[in-house]
Design a protein around this ligand. Structure first.
Ligand SMILES: Nc1nc2c(c(=O)[nH]1)N[C@H]1C(S)=C(S)[C@@H](COP(=O)(O)O)O[C@H]1N2
Ligand SMILES: [Mo]
Length: 330
């Protein structure tokens, strides 16, 4: 059995690098119009997107960040840091249902059918409902959020997700008064997910959030990346993104969402309770028992960055944990 492992400094496996930047700039200069400037800008901000062969999405931009209201979540909808190349975002993955080899996930997941797909939303709600993925996509328009993602293994990326707030989905099913948590479940299909034929983890992968975390405007159901549908390796057709928590909370290929009164079991916490907590908020001051969480390797960069409390989203989310001992509730 192989668990999550730290990524020591300088040991990030070399990833395909985006090398077309100069070619793009030259092509755009040749055109030389103002319109082309916008095109250059967009293409430079979507490095390597040509490698994603999934269909394009209709993505609306996130609402403009409102300045001067520190706790306003929309101020954090687009982080002002260079995006990680699409080739890395879709080529260096954790998705143990396919393989534990990060660079092998894309290949192992190639051809995984993310349609037809249904997701059942129920539990302590007034209006339980099973959504077909296309109905879900129609019901919830997609907006772009550029978030940092910090894996518990101490590497990080900046990813332009396309998705909608989990809160919008939960509101439509109307959680009942006693609802306190939300549980999530990944597809169980060993015939389609080869990693599930081995007991690497206790399948299906499950995750959970407190309901206030689930309703927070930063919490996203992602259906796309770089303006295109999610490729299988990133959790097609829908996955969770909680940018202030370690990446393992971002459960992929979800088939079930259940509102509950009790804290649900979560895969990595059940696997190694002293190593992975239920909350899993990014915290540079609470080390993993086997490695430091003080710094991280941003994929595509040399050197290490300091890890930020709540992954840089403290202004937006720290209040959710006021009065809590974050060492106990790691
Ligand atoms: N079902 C499922 N979801 C999962 C995982 C997994 O193995 N199975 N890995 C998690 C981990 S550890 C991380 S860091 C992120 C990685 O997401 P990405 O590959 O899209 O970057 O997915 C998370 N979601
Ligand atoms: Mo992770």
């Amino acid at each position: 059995m192989r668990g999550l492992e730290p990524v020591p400094s300088g040991e990030i496996t070399p990833l395909p690098t985006y090398l077309n930047r100069r070619a793009l700039v030259q092509a755009a200069l040749a055109v030389g119009s103002l319109g082309a400037t916008g095109a250059i800008y967009r293409r430079l901000n979507r490095p390597g997107v040509a490698e994603l062969d999934t269909p394009e999405l209709a993505v609306v931009g996130a609402p403009p960040a409102s300045r001067g209201t520190p706790a306003d979540a929309s101020a954090a909808f687009r982080v002002d840091e260079p995006m990680t190349p699409a080739s890395s975002v879709s080529g260096y993955n954790n998705f143990y249902e396919f393989t534990t080899d990060k660079e092998g996930v894309a290949e192992a997941a190639r051809g995984f059918a993310a349609r037809p797909w249904q997701v059942a939303v129920g539990g302590m709600v007034q209006k339980p409902r099973t959504f077909d993925i296309d109905a879900l996509r129609k019901a919830f328009p997609t907006e772009e959020r550029v978030y940092r993602m910090r894996c518990v293994e101490a590497w990080s990326m900046v990813i332009p997700w396309a998705g909608f707030p989990l809160a919008s989905l939960l509101k439509t099913v109307e959680p009942m008064g006693g609802a306190r948590y939300v549980a999530f479940e990944t597809l169980l299909a060993p015939d389609r997910m080869p990693g599930q034929r081995r007991r690497v983890l206790d399948w299906p992968y499950v995750e959970g959030l407190r309901i206030d975390e689930a309703m927070h405007p930063l919490t996203l159901i992602a259906v796309g990346l770089f303006g295109r549908e999610l490729p299988p390796q990133n959790g097609a057709p829908l996955r969770l993104v909680v940018p202030w928590k370690y990446g393992f909370k971002g459960i992929k290929s979800i088939v079930k969402i259940t509102v509950t009164a009790e804290q649900p079991p979560t895969t990595w916490n059940a696997q190694a309770p002293h190593e992975y907590g239920f909350f899993a908020n990014v915290n540079p001051e609470v080390d993993h028992p086997r490695w430091s969480q003080a710094t991280e390797q941003r994929i595509g960069e040399s050197g290490r960055r300091r890890t930020l409390p709540f992954n840089g989203y403290a202004e937006q989310v720290a209040h959710l944990y006021s009065g809590m001992d974050l060492r106990m509730n790691f």
